[in-house]
Design a protein around this ligand. Structure first.
Ligand code: PLP
Length: 432
């Protein structure tokens, strides 16, 4: 229960001087949960991996967005993390939603969001889902090819269409332009067919790739969008909205990226043009921390080198919430949460230095399935010797993690989330 979170807790925790209130609240939630688990006697599932989510972090990201991208109304990309509490908070914040499938639309509508706040941002749509969108009153949708326009004519003739254009996404973590986006060589033909079919094109959409790192990609995409706006207006369409997609990371590069985008928008699109965006990871990546328990250990003695290292096996892996490793090119960093061998320090530390100290122990960390690819990248050094029943935690696990987890090998793909809120300003928005 979010309302029962005591905001004073963080201030009194004595396990990390200098930690933000957010980290202190997360620490408290991790500690309370893990303290209550005895792996030898607990009920089935009680010692599964679990998340702690700080909804205050989502709220702060929203304030940061409004400060830096005041013209752009965010439509959260639900695919990134369809957590109901996150969606509810975003609804209360007045945000829109980018949905890619019937299930996502259903989830958002089920939370009482008006269909006009949803964009079905999938250029190639399943016919049955299009019929569902039409029935549900979701009108905004993207397209990028001729065949899709015939489907639109047949199934959603009243749609408000956004022509998704190609971008240079070469500097992004996850490329999308190999799959979606019309080149400016083809946009003329697409608009002419839309005109012939008497369809309603109202805007242009683009996505510079997820985890973008080159602000110039936004500038070029805005320039191309201007070109397509002009093409469409010349054909008689009333163009009113530009959708600048997602791609934003929540790290310190956001402000510079946002500045380039804002300047480009002001240079190419007059104030009466409505601007929307489809951020995903920006909003949720840093809000979620996951805790995993050590279920096994193998000692590896290298006789030649005279070294000992350890393989740790934990209860979640790449087929589960660490799906961000293969799909999202992430390298999550393990940290020690609870170590029975070192009971004095119930750790939630920010240690990053000193990994090369000779007294440290080296570990490779593996997931619970039978597959050899089920491994956390790299090896890791901890000051403590870890044992079965100890706990690790990983920060920044909110984006493209639990949404792409599988039930492979029969391990649970859904896990508990404990919610905290480090932002008193958000508290009134959290009530369900
Ligand atoms: N919009 C669309 C159409 C996408 O495909 C994606 C991600 O794949 C997003 C938005 C969200 O992107 P990000 O999480 O990088 O903001």
């Amino acid at each position: 229960d979010l309302k029962s979170v005591d905001h004073s807790l963080g201030a009194t925790l004595n396990n990390g001087p200098g930690l933000s209130i957010s980290k202190q609240l997360i620490a408290q939630a991790l500690k309370t949960r893990v303290d209550s688990i005895d792996p030898d006697t607990c009920d089935l599932g009680d010692d599964d991996a679990f998340f702690v989510a700080d909804l205050g972090e989502v709220y702060r990201q929203h304030m940061r967005w409004k400060k830096n991208l005041a013209r752009v109304k965010p439509h959260y990309a639900v695919k990134c993390n369809p957590d109901p509490r996150v969606i509810h908070l975003m609804k209360q914040l007045g945000m829109g939603f980018d949905c890619a499938s019937m299930n996502e639309i259903e989830t958002v509508l089920g939370m009482g969001v008006d269909p006009s706040r949803i964009i079905y941002a999938q250029p190639v749509k399943t016919k049955a889902y299009m019929r569902y969108a039409a029935r549900s009153g979701v009108k905004q949708m993207t397209f990028d090819n001729l065949d899709e326009l015939y489907k639109v004519k047949q199934l959603t003739p009243d749609a408000e269409l956004y022509l998704r254009i190609l971008t240079d996404d070469s500097a992004s973590l996850c490329q999308l332009s190999n799959k979606f986006g019309a080149s400016t060589n083809d946009t003329g033909d697409l608009l002419e067919l839309a005109r012939k079919l008497d369809l309603n094109v109202v805007g242009v959409a683009f996505h510079v790739g997820s985890g973008a790192s080159d602000p110039q990609a936004f500038l070029k995409a805005v320039q191309d969008a201007r070109f397509v706006f002009d093409q469409a207006e010349a054909l008689g369409f009333t163009m009113h909205t530009l959708d600048v997609g997602g791609g934003f990371t929540g790290d310190a590069s956001f402000e510079a990226m946002a500045a380039v985008l804002s300047d480009a928008l002001d240079a190419y699109f007059p104030p009466h043009v409505r601007i929307i965006g489809e951020p995903g990871r920006y909003y949720v990546a840093t809000a979620f921390t996951i805790a995993c328990s050590v279920i096994g250990r193998r000692t590896v003695n290298d006789a030649t080198l005279g070294t000992t290292s350890y393989m740790l096996y934990m209860n979640d892996g790449v087929y589960g919430n660490f799906s961000c490793i293969p799909f999202d090119h992430q390298k999550p960093t393990p940290r020690v949460l609870k170590c029975a061998a070192d009971p004095i320090n119930f750790l939630y530390d920010t240690h990053t230095s000193g990994y090369d100290t000779p007294s440290m122990t080296e570990y490779s960390i593996w997931g619970p399935t039978c597959d050899g690819i089920d491994k956390i990248p790299d090896t890791h050094c901890f000051a403590q010797v870890m044992n079965i029943g100890d706990w690790l935690y990983f920060e920044d696990m909110g984006a493209y993690t639990k949404c792409s987890a599988t039930p492979f090998n029969g391990f649970p793909s859904a896990h508990d989330t404990i919610y905290v809120c480090s932002e008193p300003g958000a508290a009134s928005l959290l009530e369900l």
